[in-house]
Design a binder for this molecule. Structure first.
Ligand code: SF4
Ligand code: SF4
Length: 394
């Protein structure tokens, strides 16, 4: 079965589960049961892939918790599932301690850049991490379930070095299955008119604990979590590239563009070489399907040092710039075609866009689909091509 068929089959399975639990009513028990069953099914599928594929052996085990020092996001439906669990399963004393951990975590991490968060990570573990174990393990969020590593040592080294760019090989099956599971939960919630946007775990739990009957109010369509500060402010969601790679990219290169209707061509100029080095960096926007298409992405950065990071920063800036030019205000799809190997080595690692293989083509190529999340990213340094003097001289 190719990836597209597998994706369709899985989505259908997840949707069948939600239909079974949510018809005729979109109820509290129904959504809890649906999310739990989706989690169980996803776990079973991922386990069976890991069990049968000798090359897909992850090193995650109980008590290993370096990944629990990351700040995670979860959907409101998952947050309310966790809330129900702690509401009935945590003692008053447990809940009081949890509130303390939430306040401590929010104080240290909220509104901070990734770089600053990494510096305080040892003092800001996940609010549910206790003695190296997850205290809500049976209802832990989908994103936590998706984390895997082929090397426990790589996780340990990344944690100890504090390097947010450390590369950790993860299981693509796990990423794929849990991503679809989470997207199904979001889609079903959107369909029923309730808040579905992911938000940070401490903030979500703070809200749930501070308010009366949040589950019922969420089911009634109240946008409860919107009362909290906007989740996607620039400081809060600055990515690794915004923090580190984009400034470093802009020290060495500049980008300019030319728009022709729904197409934008970008030009990449090397300050060191004092010449344009790119060919055919083209993005187009299909307003009907609300999708960005990366027709060509070949920035010719492969001869540069840390060329993958430079390419990633370049793509990140181009996509965010195109989104602002075309006035994309909602999450949209991004489509591109590439070679399978380049997908594995490059696109699958770009966390900002959730790239997945959408369709495996014959031979070595594949179609890739990602998601553009609306972010307030600064792209004003990308200017029309004719306004750059050095471009005119080339
Ligand atoms: S992802 Fe890494 S840190 Fe987390 S359990 Fe697996 S090996 Fe341990
Ligand atoms: S919820 Fe549990 S698994 Fe997820 S980060 Fe927190 S402690 Fe780790």
């Amino acid at each position: 079965m190719d990836r597209t068929n597998a994706e369709d089959a899985l989505k259908n399975l997840f949707l069948q589960i939600t239909n079974a639990h949510l018809k005729p009513d979109f109820s509290q028990e129904g959504i809890k049961e649906a999310v739990l069953e989706i989690m169980d099914l996803a776990a079973g599928i991922v386990e069976s892939v890991h069990h049968t594929d000798a090359e897909d052996q992850v090193e995650c085990k109980a008590g290993c918790s370096y990944c629990c020092y990351n700040q995670i996001k979860l959907t409101p439906a998952e947050a309310l599932l966790v809330f129900s669990w702690i509401d009935t399963g945590f003692t008053d004393q447990d809940q009081a301690l949890l509130r303390e951990r939430i306040q401590n975590n929010r104080l240290l991490t909220e509104g901070k850049s990734l770089k600053n968060r990494v510096q305080v990570k040892e003092s800001s573990p996940c609010i549910f991490l206790q003695q190296g174990k997850c205290s809500i393990y049976p209802v832990r969020p989908l994103i936590c379930r998706s984390w895997t590593s082929y090397s426990h040592k790589a996780c340990m080294d990344a944690f100890q070095s504090g390097n947010p760019n450390a590369e950790i090989e993860t299981s693509s099956s796990s990423n794929f299955v849990y991503y679809l599971a989470r997207e199904t939960v979001r889609k079903v919630c959107r369909y029923h008119g309730v808040d579905s946007e992911p938000l940070e775990l401490p903030r979500a739990m703070d809200y749930c604990l501070a308010n009366n009957d949040p589950f019922t109010r969420w089911l009634q369509g109240e946008h409860l979590f919107d009362r909290l500060p906007e989740c996607r402010d620039l400081e809060d969601t600055e990515s690794t590239f915004m923090d580190i790679q984009v400034p470093s990219f802009l020290d060495r290169f500049s980008l300019s563009y030319q728009r022709d209707g729904s197409c934008i061509e970008y030009f990449l100029y090397s300050r060191e070489k004092e010449r344009e080095i790119s060919t055919e960096l083209v993005l187009s926007y299909d307003a009907y399907s609300k999708s960005l298409n990366v027709s060509k992405f070949y920035p010719e950065l492969y001869r540069e040092t840390i060329h993958k990071y430079m390419s990633a920063a370049c793509l990140f800036l181009m996509i965010n710039h195109a989104a602002s030019v075309f006035g994309i205000h909602r999450d949209s799809f991004i489509f591109l075609e590439t070679r399978n190997q380049i997908f594995e080595d490059f696109y699958s690692r770009l966390k900002d866009f959730d790239f997945l293989i959408h369709h495996e083509r014959t031979g070595t190529n594949c179609n890739v689909r990602g998601i553009y999340h609306v972010l307030p990213v600064e792209t004003s340094m990308i200017t029309p091509a004719e306004q750059i003097p050095e471009m005119a001289a080339v």
